[in-house]
Design a protein around this ligand. Structure first.
Ligand code: GLN
Length: 532
């Protein structure tokens, strides 16, 4: 029988609920349990695909092409679970399916209401993750206790827990215990109040996880236990880690969180194996080399916008025992002068939408190409590589993507014919996993060590095949295409230390224990570049 864990958050957002959930999932997995993870987001967008990274950070894409919250990236990376369309539900997704069903007449005669129709839909979404073979479903509820938006989700959790029966579903509340400098004390009041909000709606958390800056005294633990109605031993402290998020699973294991959760769920306490993680942590904490990469994008200042890219560099760094320092550089600032890039060992031009920053990216790519700086272009990055090559090598001065200039005389990047004239902006992209065949003898094939790969996509525009011949004869090589050869998936330059572009997003598939070959390749080339 599948067991259920719900994770709620209190006091403030940004406590690292995603990392905590993913770390717990990793620990439970290391005990031999099969885990599924999901996230509920209380906003009304049907998915985060239409939201600016400023609102929501990166949009993470799963194999099945669902555009999801970036926490799902943590789930896949830390816990090694596979996420899909059942892994992320927003209020928008829940409401729209209920409303669509109402229009179909499925509730004929009934008044369609928050309770039971919306809450039933949410409970159904929870059950959808409990596929055969899954021992534990973990569901993270986005937002903070007390938000109006998250009420229907919490009400559904209350009902679900009650129906599941004792020991089959638990609620873990992640909360903040702040240290107030002026009085030199840690304060439990905010946590007491957020738990009392949950009590008011009928949810009695089974465990509190307290985010703290420093070790909590017994007195605070006692207070929390007393006022929050949680046994003393179920008050877990999660202190800020010193160096890296990879320390979190160990921190939680040291507090016995995994063991206590298994106890609460009445599951056998199997042995856990964390040796691999210890080895990984050792590599993170004791690198032997350092290299510096410039990430030339347009959301400089917002690291969450490129979350999976930073993580992918960390994975490559783990494999190569290298500390990869990845700085964000605002593309617009490089439009007229790229000399700042001289202080870097490598460059990454990430994906993106809209015209802002394009000229800076094109200038960056020209600089990296001509100066032999190792460079990886992802999605829009590949598209800019093609634009740059067409402009400066083929001499097509106004070459562009029709995304930025519909009237360009050389649309080297364009919509696929069946997409032209489509005005809808939601759900019209090429999304999710597609196969790619690598070209024999290419740098790409050498890096991957195999010919047929599958990578995740999120884009509307494509390499325009009308220009394939010209670009190839000017020296740009195709590294990979769709198996039927109709879509260019990778480009590269043969006489460059590392100049590779991919139309897909490799960062979504990199894992701590299996770093992505393109990131490993870039970091390796960057280390070589450093020696020069
Ligand atoms: N804006 C480009 C497109 O839609 C690239 C998208 C991306 O980089 N993810 O094709």
């Amino acid at each position: 029988m599948t067991k259920f864990i719900f994770i709620t958050g209190g006091v403030v957002s940004g406590l690292g609920k995603g990392i905590t959930s993913a770390s717990l999932a990793y620990l439970l997995k290391s005990h031999g349990y099969n885990i599924a993870m999901q996230k509920f987001d209380p906003y009304l967008n049907v998915d985060p695909g239409t939201m600016s990274p400023y609102q929501h950070g990166e949009v993470y894409v799963t194999d099945d092409g669902t555009e999801t919250d970036l926490d799902l990236g943590h789930y896949e990376r830390f816990a090694g679970v596979r996420c899909d369309r059942h892994s992320n539900y927003t209020s928008g997704k829940i409401y729209s399916s209920v409303i669509a069903r109402e229009r179909e007449g499925a509730y004929l005669g009934a008044t369609v209401q928050m309770i039971p129709h919306i809450t039933d839909e949410i409970k159904q979404a929870i059950r959808s993750a409990a596929k055969p073979g899954i021992d534990i479903v973990m569901t993270e509820i986005g937002g903070t206790a007390g938000d109006i938006e998250s009420l229907p989700f919490l009400e559904a959790v209350r009902q679900f827990k009650n129906e599941a029966g004792l020991g089959n579903a638990i609620v873990i509340h992640l909360t903040l215990v702040p240290y107030i400098k002026s009085v030199g004390e840690m304060k439990t009041k905010p946590s007491q109040q957020s738990v009392s909000i949950l009590h008011n709606i009928g949810i009695f958390p089974d465990m509190l996880v307290c985010r703290t800056e420093m070790a909590m005294a017994d007195e605070q633990r006692r207070k929390l236990s007393l006022f929050c109605n949680v046994p003393d031993e179920m008050v877990i402290e999660e202190c800020d880690v010193q160096h890296s998020i990879y320390e979190v699973p160990q921190e939680l294991a040291d507090r016995g969180m995994d063991v206590k959760v298994l106890e609460l769920l009445r599951l056998p306490l199997t042995e856990s194996h964390l040796d691999d993680w210890h080895e990984l942590l050792d590599r993170v904490l004791h690198p032997e080399k350092t290299c510096r990469i410039a990430l030339v994008g347009k959301y400089a200042g917002l690291r969450d916008a490129y979350k999976s890219i930073f993580e992918s560099f960390a994975h490559a760094g783990i494999a190569l025992r290298t500390k990869v320092i990845c700085d964000m550089v605002e593309a617009e600032e490089l439009e007229n002068d790229c000399s700042r890039l001289d202080s870097y060992d490598g460059v990454l031009v990430p994906g993106g939408f809209g015209a802002r920053g394009i000229e800076g990216k094109v200038a960056t790519l020209q600089y990296a190409r001509e100066k032999g700086i190792p460079c990886l272009g992802i999605c829009l990055g590949l598209q800019c590589m093609v634009i740059e090559y067409a402009r400066h090598v083929l001499g097509y001065k106004d070459a562009n993507s029709t995304e930025f200039d519909e009237k360009t005389s050389h649309p080297v990047i364009d919509l696929m014919p069946d997409q032209r004239g489509v005005s809808s902006k939601g759900g019209t992209m090429r999304l999710g996993a597609y196969p790619c065949r690598l070209v024999d003898g290419s740098r790409a094939a050498e890096l991957y060590g195999e010919k047929d790969i599958s990578e995740r996509h999120r884009h509307r525009f494509e390499f325009n095949n009308d220009y394939r011949k010209q670009l190839i004869s000017a020296g740009l090589q195709i590294g990979g295409t769709s198996p039927d050869d109709t879509l260019v998936e990778m480009v590269e330059l043969p006489n460059h230390p590392f100049y590779v572009g991919c139309q897909f997003h490799p960062e979504f598939k990199s894992r701590p224990f299996s770093p992505h070959p393109l990131f490993v390749g870039l970091v390796q080339a960057a280390l070589k570049h450093q020696e020069k």
